[in-house]
Ligand binder design. Structure first.
Ligand SMILES: Cc1cc2nc3c(=O)[nH]c(=O)nc-3n(C[C@H](O)[C@H](O)[C@H](O)COP(=O)(O)OP(=O)(O)OC[C@H]3O[C@@H](n4cnc5c(N)ncnc54)[C@H](O)[C@@H]3O)c2cc1C
Ligand code: FES
Length: 291
């Protein structure tokens, strides 16, 4: 097994644009340390808005998929264009070189055998959830998924019609349909799938089979994660959340990515954890949510 985390040079194998604001890049690394869903890469993005290309701080991106091939390790990065780094990534061409460090951070824990995993992604929280879904499907673990967006134009993946296992019609995100995971899409304006938020769909799943044990895994905007954590706490369901913080180094040195967490061993019952090294995946009951 390779334990090297980089920096290392990767080559762009593929760039796709699933919708106006999102892109997916497949990178090929000659070697890559063993990694798990939830972990992330620090990518040395560039700012090519100017005529001269200027370097900037590395940006964190979840590993959205990983495949070992005879020709190296393929890593998927899925992004939403919000600034110079993501714009640069979205404009890469096949054969370009990308400098990465990874895998970094913590990962999702597999659910106990008797538990059904409920995977929830909001917006650009999809990449780690999609990869975790693939892993659960490969291990034949029972799972279903919920993907939420404000409206259908903000869905970063192709949507396929994939009926639920009971035969009812369903608009499902292609990557979940492809691995046989039952998934619902929620949009706040009802433009696709169920009208409402991911917590409305979660409530329906809990109510439909109240005796089933569940483990919930979520990634997305903080208010969404907080609402999911509250619902899971009320139902006494285990929940892990992958958090995002602005990260300077991604490796525990700059202290820019703090998350207040409960800790009975700390003097006041809480302390700051580092999202980059203790996280980004946290047990939701430990997170102290802030506005
Ligand atoms: C562990 C982790 C995994 C991530 N995975 C992905 C991913 O898979 N795909 C993806 O598209 N993005 C992901 N992000 C977010 C991504 O790293 C940032 O959006 C990144 O800063 C974008 O770089 P940029 O140069 O395009 O924009 P920037 O110029 O860095 O940022 C543009 C604006 O967004 C704000 N911003 C930057 N980072 C964050 C943040 N983390 N939370 C809230 N606001 C922020 C900035 O303050 C600024 O206002 C992840 C972040 C973390 C911490
Ligand atoms: S990003 Fe530097 S300590 Fe976490």
């Amino acid at each position: 097994m390779n334990h090297m985390r980089g920096p290392m040079q990767t080559q762009v194998l593929k760039v796709t644009q699933p919708c106006r604001d999102h892109f997916e890049v497949v990178l090929r690394a000659a070697q890559f340390a063993s990694a798990l869903p939830g972990q992330f890469l620090q990518i040395l993005c560039r700012d090519n808005d100017q005529q001269t290309i200027t370097p900037m701080l590395r940006r964190p991106f979840s590993i959205g998929g990983l495949r070992q091939t005879n020709d190296g390790v393929l890593l998927n990065v899925l992004g939403h264009v919000i600034g110079p780094g993501t714009r640069w990534l979205s404009q890469l061409k096949i054969g370009d070189t990308v400098d990465i460090i990874g895998p970094l951070g913590s990962s999702f824990a597999l659910p106990p055998n008797d538990c059904k995993a409920i995977l929830i992604a909001g917006g650009i929280g999809l990449p780690p959830i999609r990869w975790f879904g693939e892993r659960l499907a490969n291990e034949s673990r029972p799972a279903c998924a919920i993907f939420g967006a404000r409206n259908k134009n903000l869905i970063p993946m192709a949507v396929k019609s994939a009926p639920h296992t009971d035969g009812t019609p369903n608009d499902c995100l292609a990557p979940f349909a492809d691995v046989g995971i039952d998934a619902v899409v929620t949009t706040e304006d009802g433009s696709l799938g169920m009208r409402g938020r991911v917590t409305d769909a979660l409530q329906v799943i809990f109510d439909r089979a109240p005796d089933q044990s569940y483990a919930v895994y979520a990634c997305g905007p903080n208010p969404m994660l907080e609402a999911i954590a509250a619902l899971c706490a009320q139902r006494e369901v285990a929940c892990e959340v992958a958090l995002e913080r602005v990260m300077g180094c991604g490796m525990g040195t700059c202290q820019s990515c703090v998350v207040p967490v409960k800790d009975v061993t700390a003097e006041d019952g809480w302390r700051y954890g580092l999202c980059c090294s203790e996280g980004p995946v946290f047990d939701a009951t430990r997170v102290i949510w802030q506005p």
